[in-house]
Design a protein around this ligand. Structure first.
Ligand SMILES: *[C@@H]1O[C@H](CO)[C@@H](O)[C@H](O)[C@H]1NC(C)=O
Ligand SMILES: *[C@@H]1O[C@H](CO)[C@@H](O)[C@H](O)[C@H]1NC(C)=O
Ligand SMILES: *[C@@H]1O[C@H](CO)[C@@H](O)[C@H](O)[C@H]1NC(C)=O
Ligand SMILES: *[C@@H]1O[C@H](CO)[C@@H](O)[C@H](O)[C@H]1NC(C)=O
Ligand SMILES: CC(=O)N[C@@H]1CO[C@H](CO)[C@@H](O)[C@@H]1O
Length: 502
């Protein structure tokens, strides 16, 4: 079903492919992007069409500093370590994963210097015993290289970026021969370094309201070791992780067919509840409420798509949301975050070329195999970096997600006793939510809604600072979310309305 949806999306867009211009007309239609789904029903006069929020000039200026030439330098340097297999040498200064992580650490420290201590760079490690069945023939240190920025308003609230720096060959246990790993996934690490560089120069003036962690993680190809270590460390420390932006294979959009469109499209995979090991009663409840389409990860993906639509003139990208955790039989570093209950999404290029992932570098009958640098399009990776940085900074400076947005039972329902208020016996919906504790960034709340056939929120209603609202629309005919709007207009991702029993 999902691949059909993708085909449909690409199919619709191919009419544009020959004359693609930016901003993309579909994302900036005056009625928002309601036309991305068949969202014309139910008819209702509740709220106004949602127009994508726009980023402020400061954020636009920061993301514009992402430099494809520096990304090329990062990817070239990483490829030149020959292999970054998790079990490769750690004693050489020029080859293997040890040399790669030492270089990454030095780069991040250098980039953090202008921030005068406001960016903390570290390399947390743990010892991972051998797991030969996963391609780890010997025990090794797994080390993540990361930069942390403390938030000014709510430092506990944390937005994470992950991209893995290890690489592999077809034989996942072969830690000696060359594995360039340019697209998979030096491309994602080049985004991490660019973000640290730009934040290093700007964070003293623009410290975000929430905390940011940017991590180049290790051991992805064998067992998601580095990302599991990071997710569990944050979970154990009770950190409120509200997003993991995981990037993996973001090196090119140049694959035919439809390559012109692919060059300006990034896929975001956002999981349902399938990854969670839930009791049957909870699964029943999830299916009854429609929660499977509106997990926090999916609303994170919608948020990224929306802020990107509002800044498409700068990112020159479209965001394609996929309702699944990852591609078939593939996985990545967002999964350990999902497993401990943190919202997480995966960014991956629009149309992968499997000749250039995991392949041993070689030529057969004139066809070049291998994840080589010549197949990376640095401008594409830079555009993907802009979408990430825009999403992370927008979220880190918006008010926190609203809490406890619930349906009031027996509203929009038949009478169950003689005292039922007449006003409740109608196709209406009533909600409650918490207004305490007060978020200093908050200006007001807004309810967003969409038809069930629309992927993106299509309508919005300003409800001020109250903690309850009743709308003239059946609770059964639409999906409802609540988001917090900041004094500077920045909006949080939406949270889904749930029954109070959930
Ligand atoms: C894969 O590489 C490992 C380590 O070099 C080696 O021991 C093993 O024999 C290789 N497997 C195959 C199928 O070549
Ligand atoms: C997290 O806590 C669990 C349970 O105490 C422990 O087994 C695990 O090693 C911890 N993980 C990390 C990365 O701190
Ligand atoms: C951070 O947030 C988490 C999740 O909301 C919470 O459990 C934890 O107590 C908070 N920690 C601090 C220091 O406020
Ligand atoms: C959430 O709201 C419901 C009613 O709307 C209330 O009974 C419950 O106590 C609230 N929960 C929290 C954690 O505030
Ligand atoms: C490719 C990718 O998705 N990233 C990491 C990187 O390498 C391989 C490719 O699938 C994956 O197994 C892994 O999840």
């Amino acid at each position: 079903m999902v691949s059909q949806a993708l085909l449909l999306l690409l199919g619709t867009a191919t009419t544009l492919a020959s004359e693609l211009s930016f901003p993309p007309p579909t994302t900036l239609a005056s009625n928002g992007y309601a036309n991305w789904g068949a969202g014309t029903w139910p008819p209702a006069s509740v709220g106004v069409p949602l127009v994508p929020q726009t980023a402020d000039s400061e954020i636009l200026s920061l993301i514009s500093q992402i430099d494809p030439a520096r990304m090329e330098h990062t990817i070239r340097t990483l490829v030149n370590f020959g292999t970054r297999h998790t079990a490769s040498t750690t004693t050489s200064l020029t080859r293997g994963i040890g040399a790669a992580r030492k270089w990454l650490l030095k780069e991040m420290q250098e980039y953090a210097k202008p921030a005068n201590g406001m960016i903390k760079v570290s390399m947390p490690c743990y010892f991972q015993p051998a797991e030969p069945e996963n391609g780890l023939p010997i025990g090794v240190d797994i080390c993540n290289v990361q930069a942390e920025i403390k938030g000014t308003v709510d430092p506990n609230r944390t937005i994470v970026y992950t991209g893995h720096y290890d690489s592999r060959r077809i034989n996942g246990s072969d830690y000696e021969n060359d594995a360039p790993g340019a697209d998979d996934n030096a491309s994602a690490v080049s985004i991490a370094l660019e973000m640290v560089r730009i934040l290093g120069l700007s964070v003293a003036k623009n410290q975000p309201a929430a905390s940011i962690i940017i991590s180049a993680v290790a051991g992805e190809e064998q067992g998601l070791y580095g990302s599991t270590f990071l997710a569990n460390t944050l979970k154990n420390a009770s950190v409120n992780v509200e997003a993991d932006f995981n990037n993996d294979i973001v090196g090119t959009g140049s694959n035919a067919p439809f390559n012109k469109l692919n060059q300006h499209t990034i896929r975001i995979f956002s999981g349902g509840t399938d990854i969670l090991d839930l009791p049957e009663a909870t699964i029943d409840e999830i299916i009854t409420t429609g929660y499977q389409d509106d997990t926090p990860s999916r609303n994170l993906a919608r948020f990224i798509q929306e802020v990107n639509a509002g800044a498409a003139h700068t990112t020159e990208m479209e965001v394609a949301i996929l309702y699944k955790t990852d591609r078939f039989d593939r996985g990545g570093d967002h999964e350990p975050f999902l497993e401990v209950g943190f919202p997480a999404v995966r960014f991956t290029e629009s149309n992968e070329n499997f000749f250039h992932q995991h392949q041993d570098p070689r030529e057969e009958n004139g066809v070049v195999f291998g994840d080589n640098i010549e197949f990376v399009d640095f401008d594409y990776t830079a555009r993907v970096g802009k979408v990430n940085m825009l999403g992370m900074l927008s979220m880190a400076n918006a008010p926190d997600l609203p809490k406890n947005f619930t349906y009031v039972p027996l509203y929009g329902f038949l009478a169950s006793d003689e005292q039922a208020p007449v006003a409740s016996l109608d196709n209406v919906v009533m909600f409650n939510w918490n207004t305490e504790p007060k978020d200093p960034l908050l200006d007001h709340f807004e309810i967003v809604w969409r038809s069930m056939s629309s992927q993106q929120w299509t309508h919005t209603l300003d409800v001020g600072t109250v903690s309850t609202a009743t709308l003239d629309i059946s609770r059964d005919n639409a999906v409802f979310g609540l988001r917090a709007v900041g004094k500077d207009g920045k909006k949080s991702p939406a949270v889904l309305a749930l029954p109070d029993s959930f």
